[in-house]
Ligand binder design. Structure first.
Ligand SMILES: Cc1ncc(COP(=O)(O)OP(=O)(O)O)c(N)n1
Ligand SMILES: Cc1ncsc1CCOP(=O)(O)O
Ligand SMILES: [Mg+2]
Length: 202
């Protein structure tokens, strides 16, 4: 299995965002992983087409491409793996579908669910919201760097901190034990996504 990079871009398919241009900018800036996360209203066909295009961009630069929720699209496109949360397939079922070698991320917010997800086959954990965010509605309160650190201390797999991550606060999450951060708005919502992505490399 390939080493998971430390900067993950999650796609933003909300109206007004130029999804592919943002992905290109983030990859050029040095982001290691792109997670394709189509909004729920995006059809499977559209999500598949988007994944194929983003996967080609990732392959060109030898970067990792994951697909959120829709594991059939990850498999059909030949992506490196997928990510599941509480409303998606259970982790063990996702592992059966993706096979033993794919990268499989699972959402966990506390040590107990984290340990279970790893036992069920998760190869990394997405942990958050680390900080307040408006990108996804209905989330519980932010757990902060301490909450991220508590999960990191409980499991042997890489922790990807998510939620309200900026170039300014990312350091706190790495210091708390996160292996990586996952970012939507701080890059996608920036006037200049390339410069915004570069700030994470600094
Ligand atoms: C790296 C990472 N961490 C967490 C999530 C959230 O997944 P989930 O809880 O299933 O919510 P949705 O993203 O599906 O709305 C993630 N996608 N990536
Ligand atoms: C999908 C998801 N899950 C927890 S926070 C989040 C969205 C993160 O977006 P942003 O980086 O804009 O806060
Ligand atoms: Mg999900």
């Amino acid at each position: 299995m390939r080493t998971l990079g430390r900067l993950h871009l999650i796609t933003d398919t909300r109206p007004g965002r130029d999804t592919l241009a943002v992905v290109a900018a983030a990859l050029r800036a040095g982001f290691d992983v792109v997670q394709v996360r189509p909004e729920d209203h995006v059809t499977d066909r559209e999500a598949y087409d988007l994944t194929v295009r983003i996967l080609a961009m990732c392959r060109e630069l030898d970067r990792i491409c994951l697909v959120n929720d829709r594991l059939h699209i990850a498999l059909a496109a030949g992506a490196d793996g997928g990510h599941v949360g509480a409303d998606d397939l259970p982790v063990a079922a996702a592992r059966r579908i993706l096979g033993p070698h794919a990268i499989l991320g699972a959402t966990a917010r506390n040590p107990e669910t984290a340990r279970q997800a790893v036992a069920d086959g998760a190869s990394y954990l997405g942990v958050g919201p680390a900080f307040a965010t408006t990108t996804k509605a209905g989330l519980p309160d932010a757990i902060g760097p301490a909450g991220v650190g508590a999960v990191a201390a409980a499991v042997p797999v890489p922790i990807v901190a998510i939620g309200g991550v900026t170039a300014q606060n990312a350091r706190q999450l790495y210091s708390a034990g996160a292996h990586a951060v996952a970012v939507v708005g701080a890059v996608s919502g920036a006037a200049d996504p390339y410069t915004a992505a570069k700030e994470f490399l600094a």
